[in-house]
Write a protein that binds this ligand. Structure first.
Ligand SMILES: NC(=O)c1ccc[n+]([C@@H]2O[C@H](COP(=O)([O-])OP(=O)(O)OC[C@H]3O[C@@H](n4cnc5c(N)ncnc54)[C@H](OP(=O)(O)O)[C@@H]3O)[C@@H](O)[C@H]2O)c1
Length: 252
């Protein structure tokens, strides 16, 4: 067992919440690897952090490209031999506002490629590395958009939102979270698997600018990453199969 350094991989770490989390976790002393589908973009994003002496590096990782995921896992295997925390943060929405009756198969599949199949491919390929630590974590960045309870509750912001492909993919990833967590429990693996809802956050997600998102009521990136940061730094917390935000558990 090699447990000396906390090694954390964050997919989609070149911007938005992924980059903010990477910065905060590296500042807290974790060795952070950001997965970035465009290596140059990731390297540019973390250049000031490296200059500041933070333990962070970028690797090419497109979650929808199996060869890229395989290569990234091989790199981490070779360099570290284990992984403490996997944060499946990469995500994208392609069908905001589109009518469920007519949204194209192509767009539905695109949503699933990134938010569901991509997340699972990364998880499966890094799973052997997570098994090499005394206590490991998988944190899946989900969304209330994937909550059927919220979608049916007129009191929530999600009630008015329509993005059937994105929402279904996040809901499916939530179920994957539950099933993988239960497998880890059955097999007595010291790996927790949890989903986090960051809330509506002022990033470039969905094509808006952070300013536009803020005008629509989005919260700051700092607030958006707070729950994930808390989970990623609390190694006494053995809760698994949870879905939560900064205020506590949320409805699946
Ligand atoms: N912002 C919100 O209001 C909100 C609310 C709920 C949940 N979320 C979730 O939070 C997570 C982070 O979102 P964000 O707000 O930080 O969004 P963002 O600023 O748009 O960042 C998304 C990140 O995902 C990466 N990505 C997209 N497709 C990828 C792929 N195929 N392979 C690897 N990386 C890929 C992007 O890389 P590129 O730069 O290469 O595009 C980018 O780094 C997502 O999972 C999102 O669904 C966001």
């Amino acid at each position: 067992m090699k447990t000396n350094k906390i090694i954390t991989l964050i997919t989609g770490g070149n911007r938005g919440m992924g980059l903010a989390l990477a910065t905060k976790l590296a500042t807290a002393g974790q060795t952070v690897i950001i997965g970035t589908r465009n290596l140059k973009s990731g390297q540019t994003a973390i250049a000031p952090l490296i200059t500041a002496g933070l333990p962070i590096e970028a690797i090419q990782l497109d979650v929808t490209d199996p060869a890229s995921v395989t290569q990234a896992a091989a790199f981490v295997t070779e360099k570290y031999g284990y992984l403490t925390t996997l944060i499946n943060n990469a995500g994208a929405a392609f069908d905001f506002g589109m009518a469920p009756a007519t949204v194209s198969q192509a767009l539905l599949r695109k949503n699933f490629e990134v938010n569901y199949f991509g997340l699972i491919d990364v998880t499966q390929k890094f799973f052997p590395l997570l098994k090499q630590t005394a206590r490991a974590k998988i944190i899946n960045i989900s969304s209330m958009m994937g909550s059927k309870t919220a979608a049916l509750d007129p009191k929530t912001g999600v009630y008015q939102a329509v993005a059937a492909g994105y929402q279904s993919a996040k809901a499916a990833a939530n179920m994957y979270t539950v099933q993988l967590a239960k497998q880890c429990q059955r097999e007595q693996l010291a790996i927790t698997v949890n989903a986090v809802d960051p809330g509506m956050v002022a990033t470039e997600f969905g094509g808006a600018t952070p300013k536009q998102a803020q005008a629509l009521g989005a919260q700051t990136v700092d607030t958006g990453i707070a729950r994930t940061f808390a989970l990623a730094t609390d190694f006494d917390n053995t809760e698994t199969a949870t879905f939560s935000n900064v205020d506590g558990p949320v409805a699946w």
